[in-house]
Design a binder for this molecule. Structure first.
Ligand code: SAH
Ligand code: SF4
Length: 357
């Protein structure tokens, strides 16, 4: 089996080169080409010498990911649909924040799986089911390929923030996600600061405990969406396996170990989870925790017409009520709704088009 260079860390490259009878310093060179310069073709690595290059060409490959489609939203958000080597599609969303020089950044929302097994009823990815986990190389390649795109466009800022909020449940592909984070964060790679990496989960309790033990300084986001078991289970099947008591206990334990503020995602659905009683339940649930509630007006998704999106007034009234109850809360700036910016929507559309051909 050919090894994917983009999936390999420095130690694995060192072992590979030892096997090839190459001097140890070549591992750093190779790592720099793959994870810092982010080349997509082996012949670009011109200082490795012919014997090594031909060895690599025989034994290795570099993740192939073709840009299948790109859509640009009116607000500038860009959505990339990539085709993987096995024909599966994944998507990521680029948000370019401008304004003050110090605040400029390019944030990329990336996928961890093809599809998702968790079946949340409001989520397009969840409706499509699970296909497979992404490899480490496929996870980092989303960043590398978008960087190439930025460079080609003359944008001098590479991706500086990464959020695992695209397709899939990152904690169900935890090993690969952690290895990918290690590469993105690596001092000889792209050096994306660990505080600039967010992992979002629907609440897989044992995996959350495992992540806590890693003692990583990353930003943890937990998809809450409802503050009581009955309602949460009705939209998030995972809640039947790991109900709120267990999830919140795991979050508190996570915070006792890692100390950082936890973000809770709350998709606001008109008439479902936006009532005064929900404010009180949230207050109880989150009491004493250092956390922030991100309120996201639910994105309407095909087959989920039952979820109505609250208007601006309703959203800000709910946020105000939360703040009055002593919680930190804000509306997550919405991006790209006109280009199916919500989770899993673009892939869903392309699949449908393919099926109807
Ligand atoms: N599986 C992980 C990460 C990917 S989903 C998780 O669930 O956290 C990223 C975020 O988008 C989650 O908070 C998810 O609940 C939210 N989301 C999915 N579909 C949505 C929709 N239709 N409207 C608003 N948010 C949605
Ligand atoms: Fe999966 Fe997250 Fe979508 Fe739920 S919201 S189906 S966990 S991707």
């Amino acid at each position: 089996m050919q090894q994917d260079l983009r999936s390999m860390n420095l130690e694995e490259m060192a072992a590979l080169l030892a096997e090839a009878g190459q001097p140890a310093f070549r591992a750093k060179q190779l790592f720099g080409w793959i994870h810092q310069k982010q080349v997509a073709h082996m012949e670009q690595m011109h200082n490795l010498g012919k014997p090594l290059l031909s060895y690599l060409e025989q034994h290795c490959h570099i993740t192939v990911m073709e840009l299948e489609r790109k859509q640009v939203s009116r607000d500038g958000t860009e959505k990339f649909l990539f085709r993987l080597a096995d024909g599966n599609d994944i998507e990521c969303v680029l948000m370019r924040y401008r304004g003050d020089l110090s605040k400029q950044r390019n944030t990329l929302c990336i996928s961890s799986q093809v599809g998702c097994a968790m079946g949340c009823t409001f989520c397009a990815t969840g409706q499509g089911g699970f296909v497979r986990n992404l490899t480490v190389g496929e996870i980092v390649s989303q960043v590398y390929e978008v960087n190439r795109h930025l460079q080609a466009e003359g944008d001098e800022l590479p991706v500086g923030n990464v959020v695992f909020m695209g397709m899939g449940e990152p904690l169900l592909n935890l090993d690969h996600v952690l290895q990918a984070i290690g590469l993105l964060n690596h001092p000889q790679g792209q050096q994306i600061g660990i505080r600039r990496i967010t992992v979002s989960t629907c609440g897989i309790v044992p995996k959350l405990q495992e992540l806590a033990q890693q003692k990583l300084d990353l930003v943890l986001a937990v998809s809450l969406h409802a503050p009581n078991n009955e309602q949460r289970s009705s939209v998030m099947p995972v809640n039947r396996q790991y109900p709120l008591e267990q999830l919140m206990a795991a979050c508190r334990k996570y915070q006792a170990i890692n100390r950082n503020r936890i973000s809770f995602e709350y998709a606001l659905i008109a008439g479902f989870n936006d009532q005064p009683v929900h404010v009180q339940q949230l207050k109880q649930l989150l009491q004493g925790m250092d956390c922030h509630l991100n309120i996201i007006p639910v994105n309407p998704v095909a087959n989920t017409a039952q979820f109505s999106r609250p208007d601006k007034k309703q959203v800000s009234a709910f946020v105000k009520a939360l703040q009055k109850a002593g919680l930190k809360a804000s509306v997550r700036e919405e991006k790209g709704t006109d280009i199916d910016g919500a989770c899993g929507q673009l892939r869903g559309k392309v699949l449908k088009q393919q099926q109807s051909v």
